[in-house]
Design a protein around this ligand. Structure first.
Ligand code: BJ8
Length: 424
């Protein structure tokens, strides 16, 4: 990584503690990623982004702020990036995916809170992540209880706005979400001093839709019998999608897809013929959480899809681009976002339909349902997921894990046995 010390100091970071993270991350990335054989050449860009993770994008965000622009940090797929970009601001994902930040979160949160929340709070309060220092405003949402309460704590340290997400999907809930999006437009306008117009919102809807289309193209390539890219590589791309510049990201993903198209034509696969195909479902895998993909793909199987927020939920269902008024655009956004099937909704049977549909589309031999420890929503929904998949004749393995490596051996054993069972 280049020398960003001055920038980190200026951001008020705990540089000494942050150095510990900088020491372990390249090693972890090297072990998990750079040991893979026959990686697509176009992965170079994404390797570079991870290598410079706390440098290159933060520099861009600070440049944007120097020109008077604002940066909004978000924690959930329901918060519409389109609104932020339409006001000339930048949205960046803030979910923490490393155990490194968890103890910081545990200083103020109950230990039995999910690691994603603990890591996100720890990254801010311990001052060990530049993105958490740069964001001018954090935007939360009323999804799970842990997040709602964590936002109250974060709100004592940084400007915080929380969107009120309905928990059902009746017509009146979708309209309520459209109203909430319009309120968010006003908040963003006031905070940035820039007006969100029909034109600027239409532009940003196209911008984010283009990113979704590129990701859909990438995921479609994984449906091939010859899998041209590893699940691990796609995971890191999905994670980078949350904070990279959307135009550049879309271009780089499309460039990668061009290369993968050629691989498909040439019958090139990164896995031996007959490798068992796994669809993952469950809680998000925030960067740099690569543990599960690594275990699965070193246990003789391939991850071909993720019914997760760091995966298919992020890009399916583009926003309808035909609306020409702010009211119409807010409703189009609400309809699109309410298509995401998070376990915080009730009922949430469409998620179960999705898992079965995706298992078929991606020709999965089996599904692994991943739950982040202490996430009650996905844990409880796991019962219905498991029952529905069994009824559909799709093998399923449910696992619970956190950000530590303490269960890696045990997970390897269980996943190895599951893969072996799929081969019989
Ligand atoms: S849309 S999955 S990003 S809320 S894992 S913090 S639910 S206790 S991250 Fe999520 Fe939005 Fe839903 Fe997606 Fe709570 Fe569960 Fe932790 Fe979670």
């Amino acid at each position: 990584m280049a020398d960003y010390l001055k920038m980190w100091q200026d951001l008020g970071m705990d540089v000494e503690m942050h150095n510990q993270l900088c020491e372990v991350l390249p090693q972890a990335f090297g072990d998990v990623y750079l040991t893979q054989k026959n990686r697509p050449e176009a992965m170079d860009y994404f390797n570079f982004v991870v290598a410079e993770i706390h440098g290159v994008r933060p520099v861009e965000l600070i440049e944007h702020q120097k020109k008077g622009g604002k940066v909004f940090g978000t924690f959930c797929l329901y918060v519409p990036d389109e609104v932020v970009f339409a006001a000339g601001a930048i949205a960046t994902g803030l979910c923490g995916g490393s155990q490194f930040w968890v103890p910081g979160g545990e200083k103020v949160l109950p230990v039995n809170t999910c690691p994603l929340i603990k890591a996100s709070v720890g990254a801010r309060l311990d001052r060990t992540c530049p993105f958490f220092r740069i964001a001018d405003m954090f935007v939360g949402e009323t999804t799970c209880d842990g997040k709602k309460k964590a936002y109250e704590i974060l709100g004592e340290d940084v400007p915080m706005y929380v969107m009120n997400l309905p928990q059902m999907k009746r017509r009146k809930d979708i309209l309520a979400w459209a109203e909430e999006i319009k309120d968010f437009i006003k908040v963003v306008e006031d905070f940035t001093g820039n007006k969100v117009t029909e034109e600027s919102l239409a532009d940003s809807i196209r911008l984010i839709n283009a990113k979704r289309t590129a990701l859909a193209r990438l995921y479609d390539l994984r449906k091939n019998e010859n899998i041209p890219i590893s699940g691990k590589d796609v995971l890191v791309i999905s994670q980078i999608a949350f904070y990279d510049d959307p135009t550049r990201f879309t271009e780089k993903v499309n460039k990668l897809c061009d290369e993968l198209d050629q691989r498909v034509k040439d019958g090139v696969s990164v896995f031996p013929k007959g490798t068992k195909r796994i669809l993952l479902t469950g809680t998000p895998l925030a960067i740099p959480n690569w543990k599960l993909h690594h275990i699965i793909e070193t246990s003789g199987a391939a991850v071909v899809g993720e019914e997760m927020c760091t995966g298919i939920r992020y890009f399916e269902h583009p926003v309808d681009e035909t609306a020409t008024t702010i009211d119409g655009q807010a409703e189009a956004l609400a309809e699109r976002y309410m298509n995401i099937n998070c376990a915080c909704f009730t009922p949430n049977d469409k998620r179960i339909d999705d898992i079965i549909r995706l298992a078929k589309e991606y020709k999965a031999d089996g599904v692994i349902d991943v739950n982040l420890k202490f996430c009650e929503l996905y844990d409880t929904e796991g019962y219905k997921v498991e029952r529905a998949l069994k009824e559909a004749g799709i093998p399923i393995l449910g696992i619970e894990t956190d950000y530590t490596d303490s269960d890696a051996q045990q997970l390897s054993t269980r996943i190895g046995a599951f893969v072996e069972m799929l081969s019989k």
